[in-house]
Write a protein that binds this ligand. Structure first.
Ligand SMILES: [Zn+2]
Ligand SMILES: [Zn+2]
Length: 239
């Protein structure tokens, strides 16, 4: 490295867009985030979640066509998602949206999409938090992919937070909690919907939201998430 470059590097070190760590010159993400990033090439893959068959998170009854997520929910990605979710770091939706769209293009799911929607929060919870990170993510995805963003769904009941529940209770916990937003009910029919959320844990929330959209006439539903929790051995048979 020449001296001016060294000075420039010291003055303006490049940072990892996900976790803000300093980057080496050639890196696009820091090694920690790179490790959490999923690769969609190599080996036999599940067509729905894109993971190797041994890691597949899909259950037997799916209402969404495919789920796309560029990262596993681990390491620095996990910490960054938590900053977005609990600490108001809404600036983080931009790099995450870029990574999601890169993964979505790789799996060819953007071409037939009509509209982006998001997993709604129970209104009182959203008022307390001040924002819904899935809604913010959907807005950024819409901007970057040049697609309309519509609040197609609302949440009728305040369910316990999914990741705090044992897997056996997660599915029952979300059944029937989503309804179409009345003003948008008529616009669901015939649409291919991209449904945004931050973390795919059991997949039950995404599945239930997708089911509601299909009941009201959606053509297809795809899930776009930042990250997915790695399946543990005990999770066999869950979604
Ligand atoms: Zn990083
Ligand atoms: Zn799968």
């Amino acid at each position: 490295m020449k001296l001016p470059e060294i000075l420039l590097h010291l003055l303006y070190p490049r940072r990892c867009p996900v976790c803000d760590r300093p980057l080496r010159r050639e890196e696009a993400l820091c090694p920690d985030c790179e490790q959490a990033r999923l690769s969609f090439t190599g080996g036999v893959r599940c067509d729905v979640c894109g993971l190797r068959l041994k890691d597949c998170i899909c259950g037997e009854r799916l209402y969404y066509e495919k789920a796309v997520f560029p990262f596993y929910y681990e390491g620095s990605v996990r910490k960054t998602v938590q900053k977005l979710k609990f600490h108001g770091r809404l600036d983080l939706v931009k790099p995450f949206a870029e990574e999601i769209l890169r993964a979505a293009r790789q799996r060819e799911i953007l071409s037939d999409a009509d509209v982006i929607c998001y997993i709604p929060m129970y209104p009182k919870r959203q008022r307390n938090r001040g924002y819904n990170q899935a809604q913010e993510l959907a807005a950024e995805l819409g901007k970057q992919a040049n697609l309309p963003v519509e609040p197609l769904l609302y949440k009728m009941t305040d369910t316990e937070i999914q990741h705090d529940l044992p897997l056996s209770r997660r599915r029952g916990n979300v059944i029937g909690v989503f309804e179409p937003t009345p003003e948008f009910e008529a616009s669901i029919a015939g649409k291919t919907v991209l449904l945004a959320d931050d973390i795919l844990t059991s997949g039950n929330t995404l599945n239930e939201a997708a089911k509601t959209l299909l009941i009201f006439g959606a053509e297809k539903v795809y899930g776009l998430c930042i990250s997915a929790a790695k399946k543990k051995k005990k999770q066999n048979g869950s979604k």
